[in-house]
Write a protein that binds this ligand. Structure first.
Ligand code: FAD
Length: 463
């Protein structure tokens, strides 16, 4: 036996590395196993961070090309240096992953480099060495879901990982799947000059998003030039020298057609990743969707083995994984933490951004909850007008009897930042009136949030 720890975390994504740091802060001896060459997991290496770097760069490109002239800023002809854009993205990723290495050193978390396998409760093997732990935390994350008939080569048929690495702007990019990852990456390549078609099986984008916001989102992205083939399924992809022929069929069945493109981005969702972990041998149960089965306290059915993040039930989001990592570490230290799953925001980082927290109108209707809705458009917000970004609105949903805030949905400029106030409001059990009576700086986008809260009571001031 090489060494023994209080906690061994397997996987150094936002769930795992945060859990390791918090456990170390609480005085435990901690190791974190990571097989990737760098720390940070999907999020820092091939997910949140590189996608946001490209979204930011492509947004600047689009602004320079199409928006700055309206502000009276003349930039002459605007060119694209995609190699530099990709290199910058690499630098952003690199500084972030190195930051986690620094944090591990600071908190004395041991990085065990290699693939971790649970050999028995309390034992983890890495590179032929066996380590002992009082607690093992599975934080192995997720991978993209494959689609039968569509073989990924990460060149012409790519997952999000290859979609972040393209060396040329495709003439025509087809995105399979109208979820947030497909729409974000679709936006990147559309801004850089690609024709983008999104093929979605369902009759709407981003299932789970508030219906009214979803419709507005589709309309705004359509106005930007993105094309949508809803209620359509992809049944095959034939890769040739000059492109890819995709076979499409109506979702309900019917005549097949061919859609030609240069690159296909497969983004139909993600599934938990538990390969080579030895879960079967250790007797750890999975649920019907292949997720590690846990109780409300992250415990698997095997004492001393816990799981957090994308590999368990719940939204596959980095900040959800982080909250779970912190809560589990505190629980192992004897504290009584709690994750409020009703107050976890979700953001789509397109432009405009889409952000939500709490319940949608459809969810409230389905559970027979009475509510009042308040809406305020960015066209009536002075700051949005000054910015020249007036697409979208803020929509708040409050209990019709108590006025407690139940849901907040924003499509508009900086929605991902604006939603933080409403996540806090929901966390604190605030009413719409609490938000409405809070002073919001003028002129700011956040005044649209205040006005939507006033609108819940039928008394917005600026519309
Ligand atoms: C393109 C893209 C964009 C995204 N954008 C966002 C966003 O904007 N906001 C957001 O909240 N979420 C976003 N996500 C989702 C986010 O990345 C995940 O929810 C998050 O990374 C989950 O964290 P995790 O710690 O559970 O797992 P991961 O980040 O997947 O980390 C798991 C780690 O475990 C390692 N591992 C697996 N098995 C073993 C083993 N046996 N031994 C050793 N190591 C192992 C893997 O190498 C990996 O590094 C995005 C995802 C993608 C793909």
């Amino acid at each position: 036996m090489s060494d023994s720890f209080d906690v061994i975390v397997i996987g150094a994504g936002p769930g795992g590395y945060v859990c390791a740091i918090r456990a170390a802060q609480l005085g435990m001896k901690v190791a974190c196993v990571e097989k990737r060459a760098t720390l940070g997991g999907t999020c820092l290496n091939v997910g949140c961070i590189p996608s946001k770097a490209l979204l930011q760069s492509s947004e600047h490109f689009e602004e320079a090309k199409h928006k700055l002239a309206d502000h009276g800023v003349q930039v002459g002809s605007v060119g694209l240096d995609l190699a530099r854009m990709q290199a910058r993205k690499g630098e952003v990723v690199s500084s972030n992953v190195k930051g986690i290495e620094f944090l591990f050193r600071k908190h004395k978390v041991t990085w065990l480099k290699g693939e971790g396998r649970i050999t028995a409760p309390g034992k983890v093997a890495v590179n032929g060495e066996e380590y002992a732990a009082k607690h093992i935390v599975i934080a192995t994350g997720s991978e993209s879901i494959p689609l039968p008939g569509v073989e990924v080569d990460e060149k012409r048929v790519v997952t999000s990982t290859g979609g972040l690495e393209l060396e040329e702007v495709p003439g025509h990019l087809v995105v399979i799947g109208g979820g947030y990852i497909g729409l974000e990456l679709g936006s990147v390549w559309r801004r850089l000059g690609a024709e983008v078609t999104v093929v979605e099986f369902l009759d709407r984008l981003v299932p789970g998003m508030d219906g009214e916001v979803g419709k507005a989102f589709e309309r705004i992205l359509g106005k930007q030039g993105m094309k949508f083939r809803l209620k359509t399924k992809v049944t095959g992809a034939a890769v040739g020298d000059s492109g890819v022929d995709l076979t499409l069929e109506p979702a309900a069945g019917g005549e097949a057609e061919t859609l030609r493109c240069d690159v296909v981005l497969l983004a139909i969702g993600r599934r938990p990743y538990v390969e080579s972990l030895g879960l079967k041998e250790a007797g750890v149960e999975l649920d019907e969707r292949g997720r590690v089965k846990t109780d409300g306290h992250f415990a698997t059915n095997v004492p001393g083995i816990w799981a957090i993040g994308d590999v368990i039930v719940g939204p596959m989001l980095a900040h959800k994984a982080e909250e779970e990592g912190v809560a589990l570490a505190e629980q192992l230290a004897g504290q009584q933490p709690h994750v409020n799953y009703g107050a976890i925001p979700g953001v789509v980082y397109t432009w405009p951004e889409v952000a939500s927290v709490g319940e949608t109108e459809e969810q409230l209707k389905a559970r027979g909850q009475g509510y009042r809705a308040g809406k305020f458009p960015f066209t009536a917000n002075g700051r949005a007008r000054a910015m020249g970004d007036t697409d979208g609105f803020v929509k708040l949903l409050a209990d019709d009897k108590t006025d407690r805030l139940l849901g907040a949905h924003i499509i508009g400029p900086d929605a991902g930042t604006l939603i933080a106030e409403l996540a806090l409001a929901i966390e604190f059990g605030a009413s719409a009136e609490d938000v409405a009576r809070t002073s919001h700086a003028h002129p700011s986008l956040s005044e649209a949030v205040k006005e939507a809260a006033l609108a819940v009571d039928g008394r917005p001031l600026h519309i």
